[in-house]
Structures are given as structure tokens and as C-alpha cells.
Write a protein that binds this ligand. Structure first.
Ligand code: GLY
Ligand code: MN
Ligand code: MN
Length: 439
């Protein structure tokens, strides 16, 4: 897990410009118990990692850009015994030599040193309300400063939330981040291709999941960026289906929504393809409707495009096709008025993608207007149509079919780049792959 010094320097500079005489205080949570005395694999806190590149639990950052020693890290100390059991630690030594800290201390010095570090800063930028124990400690440090009878005015007078600042920065990806996202997308694409090339009717959903996640790990991913969805037949109509335990049957489609987390960045791809060799006619009709709308939406991505307008474009396209397919009835105006299309498309068109799969960053300006895309924004485009198996209002031929198609797209200076173009989505290309797979 690496982060270049260049990106780190640029981020610290941008934060410095915003906070001036203030201090930024961030911390990484501790490990989470999975059962009894075993922990979940540790996943660094996204904001903390974005600013520091430091990936160990419990670390604390104090960044005072206008001080002589701007970056201070508090980290777990080196400990021969604990490192034999639980793994390596950078210690304060490593925080200085490898993570660019100007000062570094063991965690148990936090309470003793924090009041002094916050002395004289005008605003404290810290994300209160996330961790009650930490909130109490912060108030304790501030109380100590205010209680200093000779210099009570050395305590920060303002507490500000750094998340709008950091998340605004994270919305727009640097060149290095775009390369990392490209690598995560390519690895995710490789896994989807392997799935299309190897699946055989009769496999379980979990067997296909295992194949996909094997490709992730072999490619150096920490694992899936989110719980993989491998949904055969009507399971595709359950949007967050992750049980992945049924048999994949010839004649059904399988919806695979899976992405690798590589170098701390997420891929997020969905493909829907036949378990057998080809689409049935109703499957093809529904699939083609989603595909046409998805291709049109991707093509429309460029700087200036607004997220809400992209979503509206997708809705308009889907309504046209739902009318033709007979899934919604009445005039177009009636469909819009009654929102009857929502029965078949009930989620958003996409989201930002980055260190978090549903990445942070604002979608709306203060005035409530949808924000236009700018160069470096990365989004998913993922329309779908889902006809529940028990939907008595839908033509019978479509019941139990769910389709989603999802790509990862970077907004470039004058248009866009699709990071996940390596996985086919055209009907003919998919059927050719399935034909080759089944011989
Ligand atoms: N797999 C999560 C999503 O597509 O948003
Ligand atoms: Mn997805
Ligand atoms: Mn997605």
C-alpha cells in the first residue's frame, strides 16, 4: 500500500491553504472484534489514509501547517512481543522516516502532548460526532487549555468539521489516483472476463464468487471493495443480494456486481450475462433496453454534466423503453406523473468512486443545485431494470429477470474515459464468449 510523497505534499498544501492558523486533528479507529478474540481484517480509515498514507490502527494526526513542526503523528510503539503475535509496526521511528512526519510519538503520550499541540491555534478542525470516546478526549484537552489561568486564550475558539474540505478534495482525483483507479478497474474487469469465460451451468453462485475473488487476490487486491453480488435468475431482483448460495441454471441470467480494492482504490463493475450460451428473447429485450440507456449515459459524460441531469437522462431513456416493452402503461406524461417506472428502476444512476466504493464528495452545491462534473471526477454509471418474480402487473415473460450494467468512468478535460471497457457488454460479444466457454 503506497502513496507517493508528491500526492501527500499536494494534499497537505491544499489543507494548509484552507485551515491557515488552525490545526487538523484526525484519527484512525482501532480494530473491530469479529468474534470472541479475533478481529476483522483491518481496513484503514479512508480520510486518515488519504491525508497521511499511514495504515495502522489507532494512529492520530495533528497537522499545524503554520508551525515549525507541521505534521505530528501518534502511533503504536514498536513492541517485540506484540509484533511477534500481531504483525509489524512502524513505530514513531517509521512514522518519521517513512511517512514524512515532522514529529512522532507513541500513542500513550497523546493526553500529555495534545493540549500543548493545540495551544495557540485559532480553529480546531476535527470530525466530532463519530466516536464518543474520542469526542470526550478532545473536550478534555480543550478544557485543560482553557483552564490554564495564565494563558486561557491559547485554546482554539472554534471547532470546525474538516469533512467538507477533505471530501471536496477527494471528489476530484489526481493523476496518480486516476492511475490507481484504473488499475483497480482493470483487475476487476479481468475477474469479470474470467467469470464469463469459465462459468458453467450447475455451478453455485458461491463458486463463481470464489473464482472472481481469486482473481482479485492473485492480482494483489486486498479483496473485494464491497460484498460481491452473484445473483442467478430472480435473485438479481434483490438489489443487495450477497447470500450467493443458489445454483446457476441454464436459461437464467446471472448478475455479477463485484469490484476489487487495489492499492486502497475500488473497482465497481456489474455485468449480466446468460448462464448458458445465449439470451432468451425477453431477456435480450430487457437487457438491450438497459444497455442502450447505459451507453447513452456514458457517452454524455463530460465536464459540465450534472449528476442529477445524467440520472434524469437515464430515467427518460428507461421510460421510453418500458413503454415499448409494455412494462408501464398509459401516456408518457402519466408514467412521469405517477412514477410507475420506479417499480422497475429504484436506485440511482451511479456514484463517485475512489477510496470508498460509494466515494465521498458533494453532489449538490449549497444552493441545492446539482454540481457539474469537473475533470478528475470518477463516477459509476449503472442503470438497471428489475422485474420481481411475483410482479402481477408485469407481462409474464419478464417476471424474474433483473439486469444491471455498470462501468467506471473518469471525467477528462474534454470528455470521459471508461476504465472498465475491457469487459464486453454488447449482446453479440457476450454470447460469443459464452459460446466459446461452453464449446
Ligand atoms: N456494488 C455497489 C454499487 O454498485 O453501488
Ligand atoms: Mn456495483
Ligand atoms: Mn456502483
Amino acid at each position: 500500500m503506497s502513496r507517493s510523497a508528491m500526492d501527500r505534499g499536494a494534499r497537505l498544501e491544499e489543507i494548509a491553504e484552507a485551515i491557515g492558523d488552525g490545526a487538523l486533528l484526525l484519527w484512525a479507529p482501532g480494530e473491530t472484534v469479529r468474534s470472541h478474540d479475533t478481529a476483522w481484517p483491518y481496513r484503514p480509515d479512508s480520510d486518515f489514509w488519504y491525508v497521511t498514507g499511514f495504515a495502522e490502527p489507532e494512529a492520530v494526526l495533528v497537522y499545524r501547517p503554520r508551525s515549525e513542526s507541521p505534521v505530528t503523528l501518534f502511533v503504536r510503539p514498536r513492541d517485540r512481543e506484540r509484533e511477534i503475535w500481531d504483525g509489524r509496526r512502524a513505530g514513531p521511528e517509521g512514522a518519521l522516516s517513512e511517512y514524512g512526519a515532522d514529529a512522532a510519538w507513541p500513542l500513550d503520550e497523546l493526553d500529555a502532548r495534545l493540549p500543548e499541540l493545540l495551544s495557540g491555534v485559532d480553529a480546531l478542525w476535527t470530525p466530532l460526532g463519530r466516536d464518543e470516546a474520542m469526542d470526550r478526549r478532545i473536550h478534555g484537552w480543550l478544557g485543560k487549555l482553557r483552564g490554564n489561568r495564565r494563558q486561557p486564550d491559547r485554546a482554539p475558539t472554534t471547532i470546525r468539521d474538516p469533512r467538507p474540505l477533505l471530501h471536496g478534495m477527494r471528489r476530484r482525483k489526481s493523476l496518480e489516483e486516476r492511475l490507481l483507479l484504473g488499475a483497480a478497474a482493470s483487475l476487476s474487469a479481468r475477474a469479470h472476463l474470467a467469470a464469463m469465460r469459465r462459468l458453467r451451468p450447475g455451478w453455485s453462485e458461491y463458486r463463481l464468487q470464489a473464482l472472481i475473488e481469486q482473481v482479485f487476490r492473485e492480482g494483489g487486491a486486498s479483496g473485494p471493495a464491497y460484498n460481491s453480488i452473484v445473483a442467478g435468475g430472480a435473485n438479481a431482483c434483490i438489489l443487495h443480494y450477497t447470500e450467493n448460495r443458489d445454483e446457476l441454471r441454464d436459461g437464467d441470467l446471472v448478475l455479477v456486481d463485484a469490484g476489487a480494492e487495489l492499492g486502497m482504490y475500488a473497482g465497481d463493475i456489474t455485468r449480466t450475462f446468460p448462464v448458458g450460451r445465449s439470451f432468451t428473447a425477453p431477456q435480450r429485450d430487457l437487457y438491450s433496453a438497459v444497455l442502450e440507456v447505459q451507453v447513452d449515459a456514458v457517452a454524455a459524460i463530460r465536464p459540465g454534466m450534472r449528476h442529477a441531469d445524467l440520472h434524469q437522462r437515464v430515467i427518460d431513456g428507461l421510460i421510453d423503453r418500458l413503454l415499448v416493452l409494455g412494462l408501464v402503461r398509459g401516456s408518457r406524461d402519466e408514467v412521469v406523473e405517477t412514477e410507475s417506472w420506479k417499480r422497475y428502476f429504484m436506485h440511482g444512476t451511479g456514484h463517485y468512486l475512489g477510496i470508498d466504493v460509494h466515494d465521498v464528495g458533494p453532489y449538490y452545491a449549497q444552493d441545492g443545485e446539482s454540481l457539474p462534473y469537473v475533470e478528475g471526477v470518477v463516477v459509476t454509471v449503472e442503470p438497471g431494470l428489475y422485474v420481481a418474480p411475483d410482479d402481477g402487473e408485469a407481462p409474464e415473460v419478464f417476471r424474474g429477470i433483473g439486469v444491471r450494467i455498470e462501468d467506471d468512468v473518469v471525467v477528462t478535460a474534454d470528455g470521459h474515459e471508461v476504465l472498465t471497457a475491457d469487459v464486453p457488454k454488447e449482446v453479440d460479444a457476450i454470447e460469443a464468449l459464452r459460446e466459446a466457454a461452453l464449446g
